[in-house]
Design a protein around this ligand. Structure first.
Ligand code: FAD
Length: 358
């Protein structure tokens, strides 16, 4: 079958790779260059998403942990195990018993892998990890395993695997409209026909449907997330509670510096996808709360737009699950996570394989 994929982010590339493995002739259309948008602006974690346990997203966390294992197994050179410390402060939102329960499930669902399990730490042990950490009311903490990746390089790796088995990737090829009979119209006036089209244009997927006058049962909640890169090396990866909020903050090693993120700001596709000065100040304030005596220099900022399914008033509570919507020969994907891109691609591939025998 001839399959057209719209979007060269991690979801589009993963779908292209797995569909080509089934012998399909796959063409990816990417309006800029591959891996230029959301998939390159993530927190760079292949993770279960400990925080999603609070939203009772048990299925998603379990699947993400399985997918995390799969990425480490497939691409050991581009995935790095990371030990994160979550300090527990007196008066915090998440008491030690709650964290212990969540991390017990996390380790259990992660199953057999080479990552070390969770360990409880005393306050003195937490302070040893980074002596500049705020010691006031620190009661101890937990150390647990996650996996870090370079989202851009790992995405390019997937693209290389796809190209090696025949996928063609057309960059600077913007799709203006699609139809439900396999038609893809490009900005240069060309129209291409495929047996199946997969619209995986991330935050732009719904806009493409609207432009093509195709209805969708779903709504997207576009929520910007920004990160800072600080100049100093990161002594220890941390997960912190944002004081007075339900949100959490990552402090992670990134190349020679420290990655701090993220934020949640609703926006439209017309607004710039860039870290605002408010977000920068917010991230600096939270970082300073935990490291009041560290000199900080911001060397870079970046932002991405989460294409979340609209499921909650508070974007922090919105699901990270994806939804798949089919009309005729057109399949649209909305939502999702980096970690679960191959799980999504397996579902899309199965659906397309089944349509072959139907
Ligand atoms: C701040 C932030 C942090 C995150 N952290 C993590 C994390 O640590 N771990 C995790 O698992 N997930 C994380 N995520 C989620 C994850 O990054 C996204 O779910 C994932 O990258 C979405 O990939 P995608 O391929 O669907 O979208 P994108 O990467 O946005 O790709 C869509 C592509 O479609 C192209 N396109 C759009 N319109 C057209 C058109 N008309 N014609 C042709 N091409 C088009 C775009 O140029 C783009 O390249 C994070 C997200 C954000 C925003």
């Amino acid at each position: 079958m001839k399959i057209g994929i719209i979007g060269g982010g991690i979801n589009g590339l993963s779908c292209a790779w797995l569909l080509a493995q089934k012998g399909h002739q796959v063409q990816v259309y990417e309006r800029h260059t591959i891996m230029n948008a959301t998939s390159r602006a993530s927190s760079k974690l292949l993770h279960g998403g400990l925080r999603y346990l609070e939203n009772r997203e048990f299925r998603l966390v379990r699947e993400s942990l399985r997918e995390r294992n799969d990425w480490i197994r497939r691409v050991p050179d581009l995935t790095n195990p990371l030990r994160l410390v979550m300090p527990i402060y007196q008066g915090g939102r998440r008491p030690a018993w709650m964290m212990a329960m969540g991390l017990f499930l996390y380790d259990h669902w992660a199953g057999h892998n080479d990552l070390p399990g969770t360990r409880r730490l005393t306050a003195a042990e937490v302070m040893q990890r980074d002596p500049l950490l705020n010691p006031n009311r620190l009661g101890g903490g937990f150390e647990f395993s996650e996996v870090q990746m370079d989202d851009y390089l790992l995405g390019l790796w997937v693209a290389e695997q796809a190209k090696a088995i025949g996928v063609t990737i057309r960059e600077h090829a913007e799709v203006t409209t699609v139809d439900t009979h396999g038609g893809v119209a490009l900005t240069n006036g060309e129209t291409r026909y495929h047996d199946q089209i997969v619209n995986v244009a991330g935050p732009w997927a719904l806009e493409l449907l609207q432009r093509s006058q195709i209805d969708s049962p779903h709504r997207l909640d576009l929520v910007r997330g920004s990160h800072l890169i600080l100049q100093h090396p990161c002594l220890q990866a941390f997960l912190f509670e944002v004081p007075g909020e339900r949100r959490i903050l990552f402090v992670l090693p990134w190349k020679e510096g420290t990655l701090v993120g993220t934020t949640e700001v609703r926006q439209t596709l017309h607004d710039a996808i860039a870290c605002s000065s408010n977000e920068k100040n917010y991230l600096i304030d939270v970082y300073r709360y935990y490291f009041p005596n560290r000199q900080i220099t911001v060397v870079e900022t970046f932002a991405g737009l989460r294409p979340l399914l609209y499921t909650a008033k508070d974007p922090n509570k919105a699901t990270r699950e994806f939804a798949i919507h089919r009309t005729g020969q057109l399949t649209t994907v909305l939502g999702g996570k980096w970690t679960t891109a191959l799980a999504l691609a397996r579902i899309i591939t199965d659906m397309i394989q089944k349509s072959l025998v139907a």
